[in-house]
Every structure is written in structure tokens, then in C-alpha cells.
Design a protein around this ligand. Structure first.
Ligand SMILES: [Zn+2]
Length: 88
């Protein structure tokens, strides 16, 4: 009887692991979708506040630091940038 309970518990663990791995895969494919989204350009400077749709934007030309190409989501969430008023 004790043995049956152990097997049942193991089954539960296996099933929940299976469910978790399935959910993970769904998260991954959602993440892949977001990585294919629009790329924007940001100036890697602490005083910069905007992200740009074009690498040739006048706002970027003033950048003394490196110009980074990132996704729009990263520009907003990771770097806290707003859309540039000149090219958006
Ligand atoms: Zn711009």
C-alpha cells in the first residue's frame, strides 16, 4: 500500500514536470516572436532618452557614444527610452 502511494506521487511529479516543460516551450516561442520585431537604434549614452527608427536620424548624429541596434521592446523596457520626436 505504501508502495502504491509512492508510485502515485512519482506520477504526479512526472505529469507536473511535463506540463511545466510544455508551458516553457510556449514561453520560448512567444519570446522568439518578440525577437523578430522591429529593430531600433539607440545612443549608448546616459543622457540619451530616445530610440530611433533610422540609423541616419539627426538625433543619433549628436551621439558621442556607440550606437546600438536593439529591439523596440528592449529600448523601452531595458533602456527606458521613448520614441524619438524627429523620426517617429
Ligand atoms: Zn530619431
Amino acid at each position: 500500500m505504501k508502495h502504491t502511494k509512492l508510485i502515485l506521487a512519482l506520477c504526479l511529479v512526472v505529469v507536473s514536470l511535463f506540463v511545466i516543460s510544455k508551458t516553457d516551450r510556449r514561453f520560448n516561442s512567444a519570446y522568439e516572436l518578440t525577437t523578430t520585431e522591429t529593430s531600433v537604434y539607440i545612443c549608448d549614452s546616459e543622457s540619451a532618452y530616445a530610440y530611433h527608427g533610422k540609423s541616419t536620424c539627426g538625433g543619433l548624429k549628436r551621439c558621442k557614444q556607440e550606437v546600438l541596434k536593439v529591439t523596440k521592446t528592449d529600448a523601452v523596457n531595458k533602456y527606458g527610452r521613448q520614441a524619438c520626436k524627429m523620426c517617429y
